[in-house]
Structure formats: C-alpha cells, structure tokens
Design a protein around this ligand. Structure first.
Ligand SMILES: NCCCC(=O)O
Length: 789
C-alpha cells in the first residue's frame, strides 16, 4: 500500500473516531409491562428499539445525537410502575422523555407525577379515555387513540343492522368504564335502549348470566383479553353465543387470544373459540392499510418483515400494537428534533443534552414541539389533537370461520351515511343467514273466536229466536183457547222472552278488540235477564203446582198468574240491579291473558297466544252474588219439580213438562258454567261449548213447553173442536173454539177451573186415605202373624 493511501485511511479513521465521539447520547425512560393483565412489553420494546435504530441511523434526524432507552418492567401495575419510574428518574443519566406506559392504569399513575419532573411522556399503547384529561395528565401524549374513539363506529354499525337494544359488560377499571359511559351517552342520543350495564372485577359468571336473563342480544364488552377468556367461557356455559348474539369488543386483543390454554377457566380453548365465533372488534388502525413508505422510509410490509426478523418470528403477546411502538419512537425523535431546531434558531447556547428536571423552559419547548409533530408512520398518518391523542381511522375485525378477519373500516371524517366501509375481500358472514335481532321478537297473537264458529252459533241462535217469536205469536193469537189459556200464556210469554234474551247472548261475542268491553256487558245482561226471566217463570209455575198440591186442607188456594209474573219480574229486577251496580261501581274491561307461548325462528321469536277475559276488580263478589241467587233458585226449582213429579192434573196443564225443563236447565247450567271456567284459555272452544249449552237449554225449554201445546192445538183444530181432549179439560162440550169463547164468560171459566182444582185435590186426598187404609191393613196382618207365632 502506498504511503499516501495509508495517510488517507488514517485521516478517515481519525475523523471517523472524532465523529463518533461527537455524538451525544440522549436517554429516554422506558416503561414496559412484561407481566400482568396486558404484558405486551416485549413486543413493544422490540418495535420501539427498531424505531430508535432507524432514527439513529439517519443523519437528518437529531444530527449529533443518539437516542437510547433505559427501561424497566411495570408489571402492568400502577404502584410498581410508578416505583420503577422513580428509580429510573433518580438514576443517572437524566432522561429527556418517557416512553410508556402500556397499561392505562400505569400511564395514569406515572403521567400524573412525571410532569413534576418537567418531563414529557408519550405512551405507545394506553387507550383509556381518562388519559385525555389534560388537567390530570398535562404533559401526556399517546400514539394509541383512546378507546372512546371507536364508539362512533360502534353506533354506526348498530344503526346499520337495526340494533336498538344494547347491553354492556365491562371490567371494573376506569379504562373500560369511561368507554362504557361514553357509549351509553351516545346510545341515549340515538334513542337506543340500554338493556343492562354489567360490571365485574374478576369473575364475570353472574354478570353473563344476568345478560342472558335480560335477553341481551347485542353485547358490547370492555375487558382485557385474560378476562375475555373468562367472559366467553361463561357465555359458552350460558349459551350466550351463536347466530342470535353479537358481541362487540375492543380491537387490541391478540389475533388468537381464544386459543391460549388458560388454567383460570373451566372451558377448553375450543369452547372459548366457539363462544367467540362471530364477535366484532373495533379498534384503531394499527398498521397502515396503504403500502406507502412512511417517515422511516419503510412500508407497512417492510416493517412487518424487519420486525419478524428482530423477534425471531415469535408470536409475541401484544404484537398487534407493535407498529405503535415504532411510531412512538419517531414521534419522540421528531419532537426533539424540532426542539433542537428551535434552540438553534433562537441562538440559545443550550442543547438537548443540557436538559435537567428543573428546566421547565426546555420542557415547554419539547412540549410545544411534540404538539406540532405530524408524520406518516407505519400505522398511517399521525398527528395529535387538542388532548394530545392521535386522530385516525377505525378498523373493524370479525372472527369468522375461526380466524380474525379485517371486515371493514370506519372513517370518522367520512360523509354521513358513508363512514362505514365494508371489505369486499372479507365480507361479513352471518351464521344464521342474517344479522342477529337485538331482542327476542315478542309477538302477541290474540285468539278470538273464528268467524265460522261465530257464524254457525249465531245462525242456530237466530233460528231459535225466530222459533221463539213464532211461539210468541201463536201464544198471543190463541191465548184464549183453553189449551193455551190454561197454561198461563203470559207466563209462557215470559219464558219465550227469556229464551230470546238467552239466544241473544250468543251474539254478544267480541271478534275484534273491545276495549270498552261492550260485548262483555251486553253478554252479561242478556244472559242474566234471559235466564232469570225464563227460569223465573218456570220456577214460579212449578211453585204454584207445589202450592196447590201441598194445600191439604182443601181450602181454596188460588195463585193468580199476575202474582207469578210479579214474582218472575222481581227476580229479573233483582238480577238487573246487581248487574247495574256492578257496571257502575266496577265496570268490566277486556283483559288479555296469555294462554300459551311458543318459540319460533329458532327461539328468535316468541308468540304469545292471548285470550281475552271480561274482568273487573270486584268481579268475584258480583259473580258469587249472581251465581248464588241463580244457584239457590236452581236448587229450589229442582226440589219443587221433584216434589210435584207425580202431579198429573189436566187443569195444571204443563206441570210435568215444566219439571222436565227445570231439571234440564239445572243440568245444562251447571255443565255450561263449569265448561266456561275450564275452557277459559281456549276462547273458541269456550264460546262454542257455552253457546251450544245456551242454545240447547233454551231450545229444549221452549220445545218441551210449547211443542206439545202446538200439537194438541193442531189436533183440536183439525177435529174442529177445541175441547175434544178430555185429558186436558175433563169434559167435552162439543162446541168449537169460537162457540166456547162466545158462550162462556170469564166467571164461568174461573169457576170450572176452581172446581177442577178441588177435584184434583179430592182425588189426591182419596189416594192418601186409600194408602193409609192399605198401611193399616198391612199393620194388622203383621200384628196377627206376630201373635199367632
Ligand atoms: N392497549 C393495551 C393496553 C391497554 C390499556 O391498558 O390501555
């Protein structure tokens, strides 16, 4: 080698050494969690170090300076983290800025104190909204956007899928409660319903169960990923997953957080993965989706490649946020570079290396420089807003087909209605074919009587009414004909009127909602009046037979029709008064009752079948009173009918038929009332049965009372004589109906009737005497046999 060449090399080496020696070291204080709830310190330290290496390799950034980091493990614990910070602050050399912490609680504790050392702090990972409070954390910057930033994107997603009932569950840390408080306020602004807001500290089992009990379908969760495994394990146990549920969680958990074996839970990773399938994660964008070279001269892919080499391609916890570590290092460098330039421009003799913890002037310069930082990093464009938080896009991920996929972005500055952008390469896939509903759809299915059944019953009733009217007409036309006259036509008319009222009750059935309960009231009135009128008349007639038959003193006992009519109408009046009082003091209303419920659409819809009951507060008292009166009447009526069962007195005409009617009404009423109560929950069946019993009882009553009369009337009309029937009159005057009515005055009829009654009693007495005689003879025989023996 030539001497001149050797000299040249020596000069280069000397100058090189001089240049190396002229580099001034600046020290950063690093806070990294290597354990605890979020222990991504290793992955973030690697990316920060990568950033510092790139910065130190650049001659245009902080020329003459070299950035170094002195760090320690915060354990994601605010107490420990603060202690670590003190130790680093009080050990030489002086640190010019703090990078960290990661866990928000540690960032809060340290940055609340660090500004007292006139030191600016920047976090690469903390997301708590609380850290945006500049009165508490005046010199705190961060490259990770607070988690509230993602709330507008969540609201936008909810609106898009028509989710209005939202539940939340979060870990009891300010980081998560602040996000939830912000979300709840936004839900309120959007008129959405907060189903429940569950908070847990270490064991979410009760809270997840409560979500299930309250039919929460869209659930927003805020917790660290160790708790995520617990929450989704509980969700698995409570069946709170699958196509009917949508979980929306934070976006900064690791990619395969569900597959980690976790001794603190009783679920397998597969079970956690099953429960987590389909969850949506909203987080800020951690890696620029555009492959552009940023401030470090590298694209996002270049970053990943070099980062992979530096970490030996290990899957490190928290690596998803690694780009933020790189960008944080650059933010620090650019801030200090700006300060350096400011110092130079101001002609100050100070350099960055002159910083000490009492130098508030230099701190203010660094602080102002940091506010101005704006660059494109590996996570995209980065600048700080008024709270020194970064501004950025939101990324939407979803676990689909077992892997986390990037399914969309939210652009906060996008046009309204166009802020959400769904990916076409990884579209949303809904397990059930469509997005879940925000609640179990509850459908009320009112069960009313069908038109077919109603029509059939009304037709039968109408026929019954027509027949009753025909009977009424015949009864009126032939009221003076003996056969009609002797069975008290006025009372019979009352029976027919009662029958018409009873038939009419069949029409009083609401086929549509009847909030005024008009049909309830009409039904109660027509049935009660109908029953008391018809049965009252039957009862009074039986009572007369009984009164005559049991009048053994052969004293004249005349019970006039008018008395019986008063008796019947008295009963109608009493029942009507009770009903009127009922309707006035305690009006009826139509109340829906659930008959049964049925799950449909795989449990997404519950159909509540409803039947309607005419109800009122004191209904029971009025019913007991009315049923009590009618019940006594029925019992007494039965007794009278039984007592008079052997009376076959032509003059009392239809006494036996009336007895049959009473038994018939009693039996049908008892069965009818019982069925009405039993079939309450089956409105159509109840109506059909009740109507059948009303129609049957009423038709039988009017049939038994009137058909024989009409037949006899027809016979007598055919024979041309009305009195050909000895059975009824006991005589035959051979005249026609017109002749008879013409020749017999009212007095004569009454006298003959009285005579007939007396005859009847006489024959009854004779029978009694005969029976007594027979008894006597029997006794004598028995006595004689006894003495002979
Ligand atoms: N982003 C990871 C750390 C979360 C927090 O404690 O802010």
């Amino acid at each position: 080698m030539m001497i001149s060449q050797r000299l040249t090399i020596c000069v280069i080496v000397v100058f090189g050494l001089l240049e190396v020696q002229s580099v001034t070291d600046l020290y950063l204080l690093g806070l990294f969690p290597m354990e605890g709830a979020w222990y991504g310190g290793r992955s973030l330290l690697a990316s920060v170090q990568m950033g510092l290496d790139h910065i130190n390799g650049r001659s245009d950034i902080l020329p003459g300076y070299r950035l170094n980091i002195m760090w320690n493990d915060t354990k994601c614990n605010p107490g420990h983290g603060t202690n670590v910070m003190y130790e680093l602050l009080y050990s030489a050399p002086t640190k010019i800025m703090i990078i960290g912490a990661a866990c928000s609680a540690v960032s809060q504790a340290t940055s609340q104190a660090s500004h007292n050392w006139n030191i600016v702090q920047i976090s690469y990972a903390s997301v708590s909204p609380a850290l945006s409070d500049k009165t508490r954390f005046p010199k705190f910057f961060r490259v990770s956007a607070p988690d509230v930033t993602v709330n507008p994107s969540r609201i936008e997603i909810m609106k898009q899928f028509n989710w209005n009932r939202i539940a939340t569950i979060h870990q009891s840390l300010e980081l998560f409660s602040a996000v939830t408080t912000d979300l709840v306020a936004r839900l309120k602004d959007e008129n959405m319903t907060l189903v429940t807001s569950e908070i847990f500290s270490n064991d979410p089992s009760l809270q997840v169960e409560s979500l299930k009990n309250q039919d929460a379908r869209i659930i927003v969760g805020g917790f660290y990923q160790d708790m995520a495994r617990k929450v989704f394990c509980e969700a698995y146990k409570n069946d709170l997953y699958g196509p009917r549920y949508q979980w929306i969680v934070v976006g900064w958990w690791d990619d395969e957080w569900w597959s980690i074996e976790d001794d603190s839970i009783t679920c397998t990773p597969e079970e956690v993965a099953t429960a987590a399938e389909g969850y949506i994660a909203t987080g800020i964008v951690y890696l620029n989706p555009v492959q552009e070279a940023g401030i470090g001269g590298i694209t996002p892919d270049d970053f990943l490649e070099e980062y992979g080499i530096r970490t030996n391609h290990e899957v490190l916890f928290g690596a998803v946020m690694a780009p933020q570590g790189y960008d944080a290092a650059w933010a620090v460098a650019l801030g200090l570079h700006d300060t350096m330039e400011q110092l130079a421009a101001s002609g100050s003799s100070k350099g960055l290396e002159d910083f000490d913890y009492h130098d508030s002037e230099l701190t203010e310069m660094v602080f102002e420089s940091m506010k101005r930082v704006s660059f494109t990093g590996v996570r995209g464009a980065l600048s700080f807003n008024d709270n020194f938080d970064p501004v950025g896009m939101v990324q939407i991920d979803r676990k689909q087909g077992g892997v986390k996929q990037k399914v969309g972005f939210y652009h906060p500055d996008g046009e309204s209605g166009n802020k959400l952008q769904w990916s076409s390469s990884s579209p949303l896939v809904w397990e059930g074919g469509s997005p879940p509903k925000d609640a179990t759809q509850s459908i009320d299915s009112p069960q009313r009587v069908s038109l077919a059944v109603y029509g059939t019953m009304c037709t039968l009733s109408a026929i019954g009414i027509i027949v009753a009217i025909v009977f009424l007409i015949i009864n009126s036309i032939y009221r003076n004909v003996r056969i009609i006259k002797m069975s008290s036509p006025l009372l019979n008319n009352l029976i027919l009127l009662g029958c018409i009222f009873s038939y009419a009750a069949v029409f009083m059935q609401a086929l549509q909602p009847d909030p005024e309960a008009l049909f309830c009231r009409l039904n109660a009135f027509s049935l009660t009046i109908g029953f008391s009128m018809a049965f009252g008349a039957l009862f009074s007639k039986t009572w007369r037979v009984h009164a005559i038959f049991t009048n053994v003193q052969l004293k004249k006992k005349v019970v006039k029709d008018s008395q019986l009519i008063i008796m019947t109408m008295g009963l109608v009046l009493i029942n009507s008064i009770i009903l009127i009082v009922w309707m006035v003091v305690d009006p009826l209303y139509e109340e829906a009752h659930e008959s049964k419920s049925e799950e449909k659409d795989g449990g997404d819809t519950i159909v509540h079948y409803q039947h309607f009951i005419c109800d009122s507060e004191k209904k029971i008292y009025f019913l007991v009173t009315l049923y009590g009166i009618q019940g006594l009447l029925l019992i007494f009526g039965c007794f009278l009918a039984w007592e008079t069962r052997k009376v076959k007195i032509p003059v009392l005409n239809d006494s036996q038929n009336i007895g049959i009617c009473i038994y018939n009404v009693v039996v049908l009423s008892v069965i009818g009332v019982t069925l009405t109560m039993v079939l309450e929950a089956q409105p159509e069946l109840q109506y059909a049965f009740t109507s059948c019993f009303i129609i049957l009882g009423t038709s039988m009553t009017q049939g038994i009372i009137f058909v024989p009369k009409l037949l006899k009337l027809r016979q007598s009309r055919k024979a041309g004589s009305e009195d050909t029937e000895d059975e009824y009159t006991g005589r035959n005057n051979g005249g026609t109906r017109t002749e008879v009515t013409a020749i017999e005055d009212k007095k004569a009829i009454e006298l003959r009737e009285e005579l007939n009654v007396t005859k009847a009693k006489l024959s009854a007495m004779e029978k009694m005497v005969k029976d007594l005689k027979n008894e006597k003879i029997k006794e004598n025989i028995i006595t004689e046999e006894g003495s002979t023996a």
